[in-house]
Structure formats: C-alpha cells, structure tokens
Design a protein around this ligand. Structure first.
Ligand code: ADP
Length: 151
C-alpha cells in the first residue's frame, strides 16, 4: 500500500553532518520526498510529537535532546520530511533499525551512526520515523500544514 511517513533528522545526526547520508539511504528505498523543512523545536512541539512518552521518566531528556541541547544545536533546528511510497512505514523502520542504537543491527542507520549518551542517559538515535499509519497521520499534521505537502 502507498503510505506516507514522517521523518525527523535529529540533532545528533545534524551535528555529525549525517543529513545527506540519511536522506540518501531513505531515497534509495524507492521513496519520494513530498515535503521538507527546517523546523525549530520548542518544548511544546517535542512533547506533542512524543505524546506516547508522557509520564515516562525519560520524556524530559528526550525533549531537551530534540531541542539540540545535547549536541550544541543552539538554534534548536531539526529537519523534517514526508516520504511516500509503497509500504513506506515498514521499509523505513527496517532501514533505521531498533530504537536503542546499541541494539540496532550494524547495517541500519541507528546501528551504524547512533550512540548512547551515558552522561545524559539518552539515546542519540539520529532519526525518527513513524511506526504506524495512525502515527504517521498524527505526526505529519504536527510538523506540516496540508498545503506544504505535494499531492
Ligand atoms: P522510536 O523512536 O523507535 O519510535 P519510541 O517512540 O518508543 O521509539 O521512543 C521515542 C524516543 O524516546 C526514542 O527515539 C528515544 O530517543 C527515546 N526513548 C525511548 N525509550 C527510551 C528509554 N527506555 N530510555 C531513554 N530514552 C528512550
């Protein structure tokens, strides 16, 4: 089925200058970029995006990480995309690998480029990708206006 998925290139990947490699690997899955932007992450935006983490002890660390505080991204930017294609959600999730970079297979994006920040106790896992069709719909609406997405 043709699907859309939300991709966020996170601050650790931006500081490591990995944005091009990540876009390259996702594009090579045969997917099309339908929307792209540089977005400024506020605490409100990060909490809305990670609504599933509400009440967990690591939400605060994740919000701070997404704002770039662990990686010296002082303007708080991340890069957001809508990728579209056949089975896009599962294809992208397989390519990015497990949430914890220490458990992600070595050939995946998180396995190859992610790390665990022991000092701050946060996973620096390079990229977010929607986990289901429902999540994708909700997340795309958080980061993009309908008119910013090519039909
Ligand atoms: P994914 O990003 O693979 O969809 P989740 O939605 O479960 O995974 O988690 C969102 C983000 O929250 C992760 O990418 C990671 O940065 C952080 N996170 C998730 N679980 C933990 C955990 N147990 N400890 C610390 N951070 C976590």
């Amino acid at each position: 089925m043709k699907e859309q998925t939300l991709i966020l290139i996170k601050p650790d990947a931006i500081s490591k200058r990995l944005s091009g490699i990540i876009i390259d690997r996702l594009e090579h899955l045969g997917l099309d970029i339908k929307a792209a932007k540089v977005a400024v992450v506020t605490p409100e935006l990060a909490k809305e995006h990670y609504a599933n983490l509400a009440g967990t002890p690591f939400l605060e660390g994740v919000v701070s990480f997404m704002m770039g505080n662990a990686n010296g991204i002082e303007d708080h930017r991340i890069y957001a995309f809508v990728f579209e294609g056949q089975d896009a959600i599962a294809k992208v999730r397989a390519e990015i690998g497990a949430t914890n970079p220490l458990k992600a297979l070595p050939h995946t994006i998180r396995g190859a480029f992610g790390s665990y920040n022991e000092k701050l106790d946060i996973m620096e896992n390079c990229v977010h990708a929607s986990g289901s069709i429902e999540d994708a719909k909700r997340e795309i609406a958080i980061w993009f206006k309908a008119e910013e997405i090519v039909k």
